[in-house]
Design a protein around this ligand. Sequence first.
Ligand code: GLA
Length: 379
Amino acid sequence: MITSIAQEFFKLFSRQPRLFRAPGRVNLIGEHTDYNDGFVMPAAIQFATFAAAAPREDRTVRAFSANLGEWIEFSLDDTNPTPPRTWQDYVQGVALMIERAGHRLRGVDLLIRSNVPLGAGLSSSAALEVATAKALLGASRIDLPPLEIAKLCQQAEVEFVGMRCGIMDQFASCFGEDGQALLLDCRTLDHEQLPLPEAVSLIVANTMVKHELAGSAYNERRADCEKAARIADVPALRDLEPGDLGRWMPRWPQRVGRRARHVITENARAMQAAEALRAGHLHDFGAAMYASHESLRDDYEVSCPELDIMVELARGAPGVYGSRMTGGGFGGCTISLVHHDSVEALRARLIEGYKSATGRDAVIFICRAVAGASEERAA
Ligand code: GLA
């Protein structure tokens, strides 16, 4: 991949580029908790966005998406651009936030190629943002710590793309570690690496559906959470525990209460799951995953029939510890934790069962936890 991208870049721009990689992620548990200052447990995965870059003499950014076969171009001197509402938003948003943070960038020629499934809830956006940030900074010889990069990329998505996301995806893309899940406290941004047991595989099942309204529904959920925190007079829902629900549920409007109950119980589940993983109690981990899915389905209302079907197909299959939707929801993927002896049987069961229930072809990935964003060398 890396070598062919370098060659492709040379064909387009007649120069040698530097090469950068930023991975997508899968989230094991802790869903819709990050923007509530809560806990998440993602792992960076082997699917990644690659960016090849070489500096220019001017302040123009020219980028080619090999996936879309499309060019974009903008000037870094345009300090107050209107988002064109294409993939350019991600590239330009990142450039803008880096500059607004006080770093002066050089113009750059960019080639972008990704194998992160698009719109599947595996953070194709964050991978594009982080790969872009690494490439822009690399070409300008600016060195920023990974936490700074993650924050600027999140800011680009919130302020320029208009999706009020949390920090999980960009953080996972920057901080992933081989064989490890990351337990991230989204308030302090401290994280702990949790080794994934050798005998366990992460099976990601793409339902191949993406329902509309994902963006607006996401921002609405976030607004409900903020409202719940305001009524309870706490900085964020992170500050409440399941034991507080009896007091607050009657005072929250019904829908707001259900959203808050998801977040508060999900934080508790993420902590329990981390404890279970440390202790090697995989069935307890799996129970937390199923409970997470039910709460996302019933209280947070971000699942959909296709995701529910996929989770039910995994439930009770031999060797499966747990299963749930992963990412923002409204389609995309489920993640199942399964003993590696049972991977092939589960794959067949998910594909056949999903086809007969929906008429659609699911795509199944066996995901590995990999290192976060890096500069790469062509062979
Ligand atoms: C999307 C957002 C993340 C997070 C998840 C839900 O992936 O980008 O910040 O909120 O949804 O957990």
